[in-house]
Design a binder for this molecule. Structure first.
Ligand SMILES: [Fe+2]
Length: 349
């Protein structure tokens, strides 16, 4: 589905990803051909790139409204391919970006200016983008709805405050473009949402809103365990095996150990006492919980293999490290040191 509108030289093309119900927006100043993409989706990379090439757009920015939990961004790929700068809220704490915005910052897009409106609440790093007569609200404000507030440092009170004090004070005829819609609706206006949004409109108060949000009982998004770690690395080099380690065993680790490169490491995520009793020769002990302190050191390697006793601690350490941008990890799953010993591989300690 595609709808296009062009007002006073700003082309706004709304694009849809059917699997995640995500809207991506292509914005172009038709006078200068400078453009931006809001919330692009990995699976739609070819579609988006085709538009950019066919319409002769100089892509200046990839604007992310937040670190998505339901799809993987193509921001990193677009940067590689077009040189566009990746823009995020500074509060999202994502390192692999080019421009970190705070509330009130402005970016130039041809003859237009994109204003950053910080709207944390759905996540702590949510940013809305206001340009011309349009506001791209991400998951903060949806058509007759809003994003959930029960994970990724969500906060219902904060979402309420930001919507009512920032978005609802924009002119009533401002067009609201959300990141998702599940019922086929494409846009709304600030005036409409102020009046008819069932959660936030009609003069809703904070406690009424929080009550609604506390009782949604939603399932976790299907892709959250792969999407969030991939998106903190702006989707670059996305390799699902890095995040879903169903099949890397201690015998695979043994092969890796035999061929270990100069700039590769093996990390043992067990406690110091367990490590002392016997570990993979040359491995580094990094008990679960301490991995965050050593993130910079780990990042410096080309590849880091992690194991523990059963795979559980290594997997948890990998998730924790992925969330802070460490993306060179391979983790042993379902097996661990007892399997190494049982296989008769060499043991140190
Ligand atoms: Fe979201």
């Amino acid at each position: 589905m595609t709808t296009a509108t062009s007002t006073s030289g700003l082309l706004c093309r709304q694009l849809f990803d059917r699997d995640s119900f995500t809207y991506t927006y292509l914005l172009v100043d038709t006078a200068t051909h400078e453009g931006a993409l809001v919330d692009p989706v990995m699976e739609q990379f070819d579609r988006d790139l085709q538009y950019i090439e066919e319409l002769g757009i100089e892509l200046l920015y990839v604007l992310e409204t937040h670190a998505h939990a339901d799809h993987i961004t193509s921001a990193g790929l677009l940067r590689q391919k077009t040189g566009a700068k990746i823009v995020f809220s500074e509060s999202a704490g994502i390192e692999a970006i080019d421009i970190a915005l705070i509330d009130g910052d402005e970016l130039k897009l041809g003859n237009y200016s994109i204003k950053a409106i910080a709207t944390p609440g759905h996540t702590s790093g949510c940013m809305s983008y206001y340009i011309d007569d349009k506001v791209f609200t991400g998951d903060t404000l949806l058509v007759r709805g809003c994003g959930r507030t029960d994970f990724q440092q969500g906060d219902a009170q904060m979402l309420y405050d930001n919507v009512t004090s920032k978005l609802f004070t924009l002119p009533d005829d401002t067009i609201v473009y959300p990141a998702h819609d599940y019922k086929g609706r494409t846009s709304s206006s600030i005036g409409e949402e102020k009046r008819w949004n069932p959660r936030l409109g009609g003069g809703q108060n904070a406690s009424g809103f929080i009550d609604i949000m506390d009782n949604l009982n939603l399932d976790m998004p299907k892709k959250i365990n792969e999407a969030v770690p991939a998106n903190v690395n702006v989707g670059v080099d996305y390799n699902p095996r890095r995040y879903v380690h169903e099949d890397f065993s201690m015998s695979d680790l043994h092969t890796a150990w035999q061929q270990l490169g100069d700039n590769e490491a093996i990390v043992d995520n067990r406690r110091a006492e367990e490590f002392a009793e016997g570990h993979v020769p040359g491995s580094i002990n990094l008990p679960l919980g301490s991995e965050g302190d050593r993130a910079d050191e780990l990042k410096a390697y080309d590849k880091v293999y992690m194991y523990c006793r059963s795979g559980r601690r290594a997997q948890t350490a990998l998730t924790n490290l992925s969330l802070i941008g460490v993306d060179n990890l391979v983790c042993v799953s379902h097996t661990g040191m007892p399997n190494w010993i049982a296989a008769g591989y060499p043991v140190e300690g």
